[in-house]
Design a protein around this ligand. Structure first.
Ligand SMILES: Nc1ncnc2c1ncn2[C@@H]1O[C@H](COP(=O)(O)OP(=O)(O)O)[C@@H](O)[C@H]1O
Ligand SMILES: [Mg+2]
Length: 486
């Protein structure tokens, strides 16, 4: 359906180069696109950033009203619009250098103008289709090369829709045969194998249910809890005694380090092909409380089967054109950090050597693996990947509900941000500081975004835009647990 050009108001007062005020005569939502015809450049795209209801009722008169008395007043709506720009003959987006004329008409922007100025593409070869521009039927596609080369962050409060959106993104990457490794602390992403059930809004978004079972493999350090996964193991002889202490659950007890080192040296001298079981027996043969604890904890490590003679090979772990899930459900936090650190380091080293294809490394709960305060075993390598990964085709995707708690240097290196609802003031502050081009109106809007609407910055777009996330083609694995049956 083609809408006639709709006038929504007139510009008034002092007019600036970036912003203007206008009278609003029809309802327009904050964030909606507007157009003003500029004498020199034709139609210029603008966006409603704020709305105010003005009246001539002042404090004194309002205070003097009786409880039952109606207020008699004149009121009008005023809009504050941000100028987005026009595309010039060479395809560059520019903002007019002369302010609009007061009295100029303000129209609702038509879709062709919006698509042209924002640079929205339909079915681009390198496009990841994440949803529709809010209140429109224009596709928002993120440029996959930009995503992988320039890193991504997904930010929202718990329940804001991060995992859902990430699922959408991974579906798109799998369609384009981009290799992904996903750190999945809650075991949510296995459902990418399963086609979604019918969804009422799928038709509007043009999404068909599809499973990606053939492209997905899953590893876990704990296969008794996660039986759909293949065991993830590390090479015992490539493990530092410090790492071993983490696996033993003794990373905080430094007094064990020297005795453990001695134990390993002794066992290795007798048999270079030693196993965890050999370490257990040697510890059992020792005397005293330390030897006893070591024996007990090594026995536990032996049972986890996390440390084997060889460890999972990188060739198995990375599936070119597919996604590898590292399911860490039920794994102790310090072991999780160590697993992330070891996997991220191996991927980075081998990417530098060109032994594996360019890939996208997704870290869910990234504030735990690269915290701003305190330290995690995985912090250093994640910071290195954030600052240098792009040179080597290793893209990082950091997902977190605490933008204020993730390492600032990691957050600031993410050039595409997908932001859903955020209400915590500290997190909002961290987001506002790390993103260019956010208007005060947009920062306010982030606090009240409905589930399923994301603010997208970067990803090939020069200006932030609001996107209604498309329905999943696969089942979403992160459904909230019902405590009481309905
Ligand atoms: N785009 C969306 N469309 C429909 N439902 C959604 C959408 N995003 C999230 N949800 C629903 O909201 C809930 C929370 O989403 P989830 O992605 O698990 O949140 P988070 O990972 O941020 O904690 C889920 O139950 C999911 O079904
Ligand atoms: Mg989640």
């Amino acid at each position: 359906m083609k809408r006639a050009v709709e006038e929504v108001g007139r510009i008034y007062g002092d007019v600036g180069l970036g912003q203007f005020h206008f009278s609003l005569t029809v309802p327009v939502e904050r964030g909606d696109y507007l157009a003003v015809v500029d004498e020199q450049h034709g139609k210029v795209l603008c966006q409603l950033d704020d709305l105010k209801r003005k009246s001539d009722l002042d404090l004194e008169h309002a205070g003097a009203l009786q409880p039952s008395e109606e207020a008699h007043l004149h009121e009008s709506m005023l809009g504050v619009a941000q100028i987005v720009g026009y595309r010039d003959a060479s395809g560059v987006v520019k903002i007019p250098t002369i302010p609009f004329r007061p009295g100029a008409h303000v129209y609702r922007a038509e879709e062709p103008l919006i698509a042209e100025v924002l640079g929205l593409k339909h079915h681009a070869n390198t496009g990841a289709y994440v949803g529709l521009l809010r209140n429109h039927s224009l596709r928002v596609e993120l440029d996959i090369n930009q995503l992988v080369q320039r890193h991504v962050s997904v930010l929202a409060k718990t329940g804001g829709g991060k995992s859902y959106l990430l699922g959408v993104l991974i579906e798109e990457l799998l369609r384009h045969r981009v290799t992904c490794v996903i750190i999945d602390p809650h075991g949510e992403y296995g459902s990418l194998r399963v086609p979604a059930e019918k969804n009422g809004s799928s038709a509007r978004f043009g999404v068909e249910a599809q499973g990606f079972g053939k492209q997905i493999q899953e590893y876990s350090p704990d296969v008794s809890l996660n039986p759909s996964a293949t065991p993830l193991t590390f090479s015992l002889r490539n493990s530092d005694p410090r790492d071993l202490l983490v696996f033993m659950g003794l990373s905080n007890v430094k007094s064990f380090l020297a005795p453990l080192k001695q134990l390993i040296e002794r066992v290795a001298a007798a048999n270079p092909e030693y196993t965890v079981h050999d370490l257990v027996r040697a510890a059992e043969a020792g005397e005293g409380a330390i030897a006893e604890t070591m024996a007990e904890r090594l026995e536990y490590v032996d049972q986890t089967k996390l440390l084997g003679p060889k460890g999972t090979s990188l060739n198995d772990l990375v599936k070119p054109g597919g996604a590898t899930l590292i399911n860490l459900r039920g794994v102790a936090p310090d072991v999780q950090e160590l697993v992330v650190s070891r996997i991220a380091s191996t991927l980075f080293d081998n990417r530098k050597k060109g032994k594996i294809p360019p890939l996208f490394l997704v870290i869910e709960e990234a504030h735990n693996f690269a915290p701003q305060q305190g330290s995690a075993t995985s912090s250093r390598v994640l910071k290195n990947i954030a600052s240098e990964g792009r040179k080597f085709g290793l893209g990082l995707c950091a997902v977190t509900q605490r933008a204020a708690r993730i390492d600032k240097s990691v957050l600031s290196q993410c050039n595409t941000q997908l932001i859903l609802q955020v209400t915590n003031p500290l997190d909002l502050k961290a987001i506002a500081q790390s993103i260019e081009g956010l208007t005060p109106g947009m920062t306010e809007m982030i606090q009240s975004l409905p589930v399923g609407v994301a603010l997208v910055t970067g990803g090939g777009y020069h200006t932030p835009l609001f996107c209604e996330v498309r329905p999943r083609a696969t089942r979403h694995g992160g459904e909230s647990v019902q405590i009481v049956a309905s």
